[in-house]
Every structure is written in structure tokens, then in C-alpha cells.
Design a protein around this ligand. Structure first.
Ligand SMILES: [Zn+2]
Length: 290
């Protein structure tokens, strides 16, 4: 009996200790932005200064769940918003496991029905939970909590109407990458540009609007069609993040892209080398933790 009582008291002490620790760690009033190490693909987890949780893309498999468990409170099963930038497997497949495990709101550019087999499975899993995709386009702002915002910069409604036809035989890979969501995260003076798999075409439209940013996610896993000298001059990032898998078959990131970043004195961090890359900001300053 005494042993049993000791065990109960011991467990309560451990659990409350965990709770106090996790509360302090996860509710610090700062913005946390994590580029998850998920192999060849994208998954970005954001915790806003008021504690809302946003996941952008889910990577190529369920390794995104490990990333979420590293950066979320142990018992937490709620993600406020999941945003899918476009329906390619390296951004979509992990979202199937996320939808199964977490309660969430789902956002995309109404293109789920146009993807491949994985899109269909994701749709089925959303339906099981009575969820449907909410549509996002240029001009939308997902959150306007004080000093924090996540804005959609691309694609515009006209472009979606013109290009959103993945099921058409003429549709090319470039079409769906060109329709990927581009997002700007702002907290006070701190600015992050998230570019998914976009390319030159998008940067023509986006670069001149953004002004300087602190952090740039290098488009399309560092592919050579992602950035140009002009674009780098427009957005002037301090750090460039490349979400990329080790020894991937596409040869990402391209040497040309790495050379261009080096020439412009932009520090590069890569998920294949650095693992999860976490950036924390209080709205004035920021630092990288990984
Ligand atoms: Zn991709």
C-alpha cells in the first residue's frame, strides 16, 4: 500500500513538473518558426506569440509527426490551421497522418481534387472528420493577432482561374508549382517569406511587393529556377533556409543557387544538414536555435 501511494505521489510530482516545464517552454509570448527536417519536402510549423499553431505542408511521409511532437506540448492534439501550398506528394503526404491525429482547420487553394492518389486519401481523411478545405488566395490574411500576421501573397485570383486545371492534359509540373502559395509571416519588425515550390514566374510578381525580409525560404528546395540576383536584391534576406532531403534524386539544392546566395553574403541553413531549424522572435530581435 505504501509503495502504491509512493508511486502515485511520484507520478503526480513528475507530471506537474512536466506541465510547468512545458507551459514555460511553449507559452513564452514569442513567435516560433520551425523548418522541420522531413527529408525531401516541406513542413513548417509556426507557433504564434499568442500560442496559435499553424502547420504549412506536411512533407513526404509521417516524419512530420516527430517534428510536431518535438515542438508541441505533449498532450496537445489541436492545430489551429493546416495550410497545404500545393498538391505535390513532398508537401502533401505527411498531412494525411496529421489530419488523422490532430484536430484542425484545413486550408489550400481548392486544388485537393486535382492532385494524385495522395490527394484522394487526404480528402477521404478530411471527410471522415467532417472537414473540407478552406480556400486561400492572394490578399487573404489568416491571422491578425496584435503585431502578428500571415498573409497570402500568391497566387492571385486571376492566376488561379487561368492556371488551376491540373487534370487537363496540357497542365505541366510548372503550372502546379507556379500556383503554390507564397506567404509572408510578420511579427513586429521580423519578416519571413515562405515560397514553397514557386519559381521565376512568381518571383516577378512577389519580389517587388515584399521589401526586405529577415528570413527567406529558398523556393523549390533550392532548385536552380528558384531565385535570381534581382529577387535577392529585392528581398535582401539575412538567412536563407533550404528544406531539402539528403542525397535527393533531383540534385537539390543546385550549385548555381548556393553560389548566388554566397555571392550575396546570405547565410544558408539546410534541413538535411542542420536538422529542424527553429527561429524564435520577440518581434524586435530574433535568433536561430537548432
Ligand atoms: Zn516540393
Amino acid at each position: 500500500m505504501r509503495r502504491y501511494l509512493f508511486f502515485v505521489i511520484f507520478s503526480i510530482v513528475i507530471l506537474s513538473g512536466m506541465s510547468v516545464y512545458q507551459n514555460g517552454k511553449f507559452n513564452d509570448g514569442k513567435l516560433h518558426l520551425v523548418f522541420c527536417s522531413v527529408g525531401q519536402g516541406d513542413a513548417i510549423f509556426i507557433k504564434t506569440p499568442t500560442g496559435s499553431k499553424i502547420l504549412i505542408d506536411g512533407g513526404p511521409d509521417d516524419s512530420v509527426l516527430n517534428c510536431l511532437s518535438r515542438h508541441m506540448y505533449f498532450f496537445d492534439r489541436k492545430i489551429d490551421a493546416v495550410i497545404m501550398t500545393h498538391p505535390h506528394a513532398d508537401h502533401l503526404t505527411g498531412l494525411i497522418s496529421v489530419v488523422r491525429r490532430y484536430n484542425l482547420m484545413f486550408y489550400d487553394i481548392e486544388n485537393l481534387k486535382t492532385g494524385g492518389v495522395e490527394s484522394k486519401i487526404l480528402q477521404d481523411n478530411l471527410a471522415i472528420k467532417n472537414l473540407s478545405a478552406n480556400s486561400l488566395k492572394k490578399g487573404d490574411r489568416l491571422s491578425n493577432q496584435s503585431n502578428f500576421s500571415l498573409s497570402i501573397l500568391w497566387p492571385s485570383e486571376e492566376y488561379v482561374k487561368k492556371g488551376l486545371n491540373f487534370s487537363s492534359p496540357e497542365a505541366t509540373d510548372l503550372d502546379s508549382n507556379g500556383l503554390a502559395l507564397v506567404q509572408m509571416v510578420v511579427f513586429g519588425n521580423f519578416k519571413v517569406l515562405l515560397t514553397s515550390d514557386t519559381d521565376y514566374l512568381t518571383e516577378e510578381e512577389v519580389g517587388k511587393e515584399t521589401g526586405f525580409v529577415d528570413i527567406l525560404q529558398v523556393p523549390h528546395h533550392g532548385s536552380k529556377t528558384g531565385i535570381s540576383q534581382k529577387f535577392l536584391e529585392e528581398v535582401g534576406p539575412k538567412i536563407a533556409i533550404i528544406s531539402v532531403g539528403r542525397n535527393n534524386k533531383y540534385g537539390h539544392p543546385a550549385k548555381e543557387t548556393l553560389d548566388l546566395l554566397k555571392k550575396n553574403n546570405v547565410k544558408v541553413l539546410r534541413t538535411d544538414i542542420n536538422g529542424d531549424i527553429e527561429i524564435i522572435s520577440d518581434g524586435k530581435t530574433w535568433n536561430v536555435v537548432n
